[in-house]
Design a protein around this ligand. Structure first.
Ligand SMILES: *Cc1c(COP(=O)(O)O)cnc(C)c1O
Length: 359
């Protein structure tokens, strides 16, 4: 068996320990004589799995009792529509802080359903910073404020939680579970699974219970958070395999000491990589230093004619998926929880060698 160091932005690496459990479980899960993909979601074994997954993610994130934990399908993108449909009427206002492509997409979706305004926008500097909070042009009666704590493409991250009394809605797809967070500061947190949780197909949504009452009465059943809250996310047949993997990942993170310990490793990984980039004239990262992402590290080569060579040689060295997003160019290393410190060290070593040969 040969495993690469996978720096994919998503779907992304899963822990090898988890993959090995899956391989072992597949033919006969828990003595059922079936794989987890073949059992009823109403079976005792699966209902226990669902309860354990919720208990463990509550424990990992310290989710208060007055929040519901939901596991819908549709990814983060469906939540971009569900957020306004569950929190506003058609004439209500909502505020969006746009610091990258995903926040822009969320605002665009919300504009179809409510009076959504972009109250701050970092597009003027190519999404390389977070506009000062005091300059945000907040609406008087916003039903919520939406932002993207980590923008996956440009690698821009909030290292603070915005203030104010308006419920905060956060798309945490690419930062969830990377370190502890104070859930009580948020109204809604949502995250597609395929970065830090599980394979694509399941979504984690954490909603403060009072907000479950604000959904439009004519909402489709599957577009209504409360339907999931009332059915333990078994509103219809859930994505059972992805849920099973999420459960294993939550247990894996707990076994590794929980999010404080995970966060320390992630801080170290990011810090090493940025230090290496900043120390060189050959590589650079365009993001303002106080808003650099711990999870997605874009970097460009001073001479972009070397991009193809860098990608080929890094791939040959077992370092994959380093090509940057087409909107940014250059390279991007996504260093999620399942990307080990060893992988980051290997990348830094490769970058130094490549610079020596080509610089
Ligand atoms: C990947 C990503 C998305 C899109 O997620 P889907 O699950 O594909 O809908 C949205 N927001 C952010 C911040 C992401 O990183």
């Amino acid at each position: 068996m040969s495993r690469v160091f996978n720096f994919s932005a998503g779907p992304s690496a899963l822990p090898l320990e988890v993959l090995e459990i899956i391989r072992n479980d597949i033919p006969d899960w828990l003595g059922t004589g079936m794989s987890v993909m073949e059992v009823s979601h109403r079976s005792k074994e699966f209902v226990e799995l669902a309860a354990r997954a919720e208990a463990n993610v509550r424990d990992l994130l310290g989710i208060p009792d007055n929040y519901s934990v939901l596991f819908p399908q549709g990814g983060a993108t469906l939540q971009m529509a569900m957020v306004p449909l569950n929190l506003t009427g058609p004439n209500d206002s909502a505020d969006y802080v746009v610091t990258g492509s995903w926040g822009k997409k969320a605002a665009g979706e919300a504009k179809k359903f409510c009076n959504a305004s972009v109250i701050a926008d970092a597009a003027d500097k190519n999404f390389t910073y977070i506009p000062e909070e005091s300059t945000w042009n907040r609406s008087d009666n916003a039903a919520f404020l939406h932002y993207t704590p980590n923008e996956t493409i440009a690698g821009v991250e909030f290292h603070f939680i915005p203030g104010g009394d308006v419920p905060l809605v956060a798309d945490m797809s690419s930062t969830i579970l990377s370190r502890p967070i104070d859930v009580s500061r948020f109204g809604v947190i949502y995250a597609g699974a395929q970065k830090n949780i599980a394979p694509a197909g399941i979504t984690l949504v954490i909603v403060r219970n009072d907000l479950l009452e604000k959904a439009r009465p004519n909402n489709a059943h599957l577009m209504t958070w409360k339907s999931y809250a009332e059915s333990d996310s078994m509103t219809n047949t859930p994505p059972t395999f992805a849920w099973y993997v999420a459960d294993l990942v939550f247990q894996y993170l707990k076994n590794r000491g929980g999010l404080t310990a995970i966060g320390e490793v992630n801080r170290r990984k990011a810090s090493k990589l940025y230090t290496a980039i900043d120390a060189s004239d050959f590589y650079s990262n365009p993001v303002r230093k106080d808003c650099r992402s711990w999870m997605n590290v874009p970097f460009i080569l001073a001479d972009s004619s070397l991009d193809a060579k860098f990608l080929q040689e890094s791939k040959d060295a077992g370092l994959t998926n380093l090509k940057g997003h087409r909107s940014v160019g250059g390279m991007r290393a996504s260093i999620y929880n399942a990307v080990s410190e060893e992988a980051v060290d290997a990348l830094i070593g490769f970058m130094a060698d490549f610079e020596k040969t080509n610089g």
